[in-house]
Design a protein around this ligand. Structure first.
Ligand SMILES: [Fe+2]
Length: 399
């Protein structure tokens, strides 16, 4: 069966274009924010209170703060989210496994038709879809299929964009939907025209502020940290049941397997969307202990930095700030060469890197023997690869 997606016949009624956002549930949101905003330099787009009136009928009296934050590295309203773990556990109850700290794995697709026809297709195939409609804040249209092991995946389009004013849409004009909208829907521009005519102050939203001093030179620009996150992903998941997980991400969501690696008797799979070598990597859960990772479901989440120089400076800066840095064997991260894991305050590993191998029309990755070999001490400069600085680019000023 094939589906007409914008005039092209595809095996499913949507096509994932990129990994859009991701998030962790954390023990202490303020501590996590000091790390993600205060050290990594992500910007805050909005806060969110998961308590009443957003969620009523739950006992939040013993969970501490119910506030989470939406963060961004570029114009997308959010590319990362930090939510309060105890409050989230209270909300989902037994719906996800204990100790799950991933709040979502969100994939950008192209159009409203793709989102809502995709939703119908997923429901027909028996997937639970606990949320559909329009997420706020962020105003993105979405459907949320539950993937293997309870990992909440999201397919979305139309993420709110934040520009030089650093200001998000105010809550009064979010226009939440918890159901499929009537299509075709009016455009955001028309929506805002109506909001303005109704007397709403369109400039009353959250404005990001950063009190840190910009004391580091980053290749000709002064920034508060000696690097800049320019892209999010890939996500590396630990998987209990590869027979279930691999078909979900490959056959249901439509990601392509770029490469599979056998490491120490474990089969690991690297799947892509678009041209990057991998946007998602699946590792058997048995590797968790061997790699000394303490979080249950996520081996790491990636933050691509603007250059190799920035990566080297980032590792030094984060080490000096007291962060734990670890390194994975290069064979476990094909497509990425120099990279380091920095641990967040909850023990989540974040993969910092600068280069991602790019895959062309023939789908062939670079042979392992032709990849840059990472040696013990990192050199000051690298010989360029044919696809250096390729792939999704950061737009706008670095700061
Ligand atoms: Fe989302």
């Amino acid at each position: 069966m094939s589906f007409n997606v914008g005039g092209v016949l595809l095996p499913r009624p949507f096509k994932i274009r990129r990994l859009g956002h991701f998030g962790f549930n954390v023990a202490d949101v303020d501590v996590a924010m000091a790390f993600y905003a205060g050290l990594l330099g992500l910007k805050v787009s909005d806060d969110i209170d998961f308590g009443p009136p957003r969620n009523i009928g739950f006992d939040f009296s013993d969970v501490g703060s119910t506030i989470g934050y939406f963060l961004r590295h570029a114009g997308d309203h959010h590319s990362f989210a930090i939510f309060p773990r105890k409050a989230m556990d209270r909300l989902v109850g037994d719906a996800v496994p204990d100790a799950m700290t991933i709040n979502q794995l969100s994939w950008q697709i192209g159009t409203m038709d793709e989102v809502f026809q995709g939703n119908d297709w997923l429901v027909e195939r028996g997937y639970a879809v606990p949320r559909i409609g329009r997420d706020t804040p962020g105003s993105n249209w979405h459907t949320y299929p539950v993937g293997p092991a309870g990992v909440l995946n999201e397919l979305y389009c139309g993420m709110e964009q934040i520009g030089w004013q650093e200001r998000s849409k105010p809550a009064q004009i979010w226009h939440s939907y918890s159901e499929v909208p009537q299509l075709p829907h009016i455009s955001e521009y028309e929506e805002l025209k109506l909001d303005g005519a109704s007397g709403h102050d369109l400039s009353a939203g959250w404005r990001n502020t950063d009190e840190r001093e910009a004391v580091y030179e980053v290749e000709g620009l002064m920034l508060p940290q000696p690097f800049r996150v320019v892209k999010v992903g890939p996500v590396r998941l630990f998987v209990d049941d590869m027979e279930e997980a691999l078909p979900f991400y490959r056959d249901t969501l439509g990601l392509t397997v770029t490469e599979s690696v056998d490491w120490s008797g474990h089969s690991c799979h690297f799947l892509r969307t678009n041209t990057e070598h991998h946007s998602l990597a699946l590792y058997p859960v048995a590797l968790r202990e061997e790699l000394a990772i303490t979080t249950r479901d996520c081996l790491s989440f990636g933050f691509q930095l603007g250059s190799y120089t920035q990566l080297r400076n980032a590792v030094r800066y984060l080490e000096k700030a007291g962060c734990t840095i670890k390194y994975l064997p290069q064979e476990l991260t094909p497509g990425i060469d120099y990279s380091a894991l920095v641990m967040d305050p909850d023990g989540h590993a974040l993969q910092l890197y600068h280069y991602m191998e790019q895959i062309g029309w023939d789908g062939k990755p670079r042979p392992a023997s032709q990849r840059r070999q990472v040696t013990g001490s990192w050199p000051e400069t690298l010989e360029a690869q044919s696809d250096e600085y390729g792939g999704e680019i950061f737009q706008g000023p670095l700061g």
